[in-house]
Design a protein around this ligand. Structure first.
Ligand code: BTN
Length: 258
């Protein structure tokens, strides 16, 4: 396996904004921490932070993010959206990952609400957004994406049952560099579209496998069951409960009821 050095990435990277500035670390705690430090040092919008290995990678809800060295795409992107664009960032990221995987591998991933990317029922990619908002102004939003490219989930007990990778599904090693270049191009286009006011939410909604299903949603200590009826414009899930009421859920983990 090869590392993701900036020199190789810059070659043939056709983006306008995303990845014009690249901060690369063979090993770091978390690309989120590096990106946040770079925000403090006024790194330009679109700056990406890449690592081949994280010693303290993190996921949503304070979970750990597991990836053996040089097995995955571990990426953070520094953004400065307007407040009203913030909910669209996760949608644009999910769509970019789906399109990237389709283009590079021919696989057909789906999105599990809110933003897990699923192939053959298992998670191949997740992302999180850590933003700093002051009154009505977003000072920064750091988007972190972890995409399992060549990892073998069976070697990591914590994710062995729930995760997959492109290599596992395809049965052969995949070029991380090619996936990364395609992902950055797709996100570059979708982020631009979002900023132009284009209906990203509609595109995202069409890719959600969760809608129209009976689901269980866990959010912290709370658990709800019901019918995943729709999503609102901010991406919150509208859950029809057995008593007929409609619940709006901003964040959580969904499992399908069988
Ligand atoms: C999730 O599904 O819980 C989100 C996972 C996000 C993981 C990525 S890996 C690159 C970046 N650095 C981190 O520490 N986390 C994100």
């Amino acid at each position: 396996m090869t590392n993701l050095s900036p020199a190789s990435l810059r070659r043939e990277l056709r983006t306008k904004l995303i990845g014009q500035n690249i901060l690369y670390h063979p090993v770091t705690s978390s690309t989120m921490d590096v990106a946040k430090q770079a925000v403090k040092e006024e790194a330009e919008e679109g700056t990406i932070v890449l690592a081949d290995h994280q010693t303290a990678g993190r996921g949503r809800f304070g979970r750990s993010w597991w990836a053996p060295p040089e097995s995955s795409i571990l990426l953070s992107i520094i953004l400065r959206p307007k407040l009203e664009e913030l909910p669209g960032i996760g949608m644009a990221a999910s769509l970019a990952v789906v399109r990237c995987i389709e283009k590079t591998t021919g696989l057909k991933p789906v999105i599990k609400w809110p933003n897990d990317i699923i192939i053959e029922g298992k998670k191949v990619c997740g992302h999180l957004i850590e933003s700093e908002v002051d009154q009505e102004t977003v000072n920064s939003a750091v988007l972190g994406i972890g995409l399992n490219v060549n990892l073998d989930p069976s070697l990591i007990p914590e994710i062995a049952e729930t995760a997959t990778s492109l290599k596992e599904v395809l049965g052969e090693e995949v070029s991380r560099l090619e996936i990364l270049r395609t992902l950055l191009v797709e996100f570059d286009e979708l982020y631009h579209a979002l900023r132009q006011g284009e209906p990203i939410a509609k595109l995202w909604r069409h890719r959600l496998e969760t809608l129209g299903q009976q689901v269980t949603v866990k959010s912290g200590p709370q658990i709800w069951q019901g019918y995943a009826e729709s999503v609102d414009r901010d991406g919150s899930l509208l859950l029809r409960r057995p008593d007929g009421s409609l619940l709006t859920i901003a964040a959580g983990d969904v499992t399908l009821q069988v």
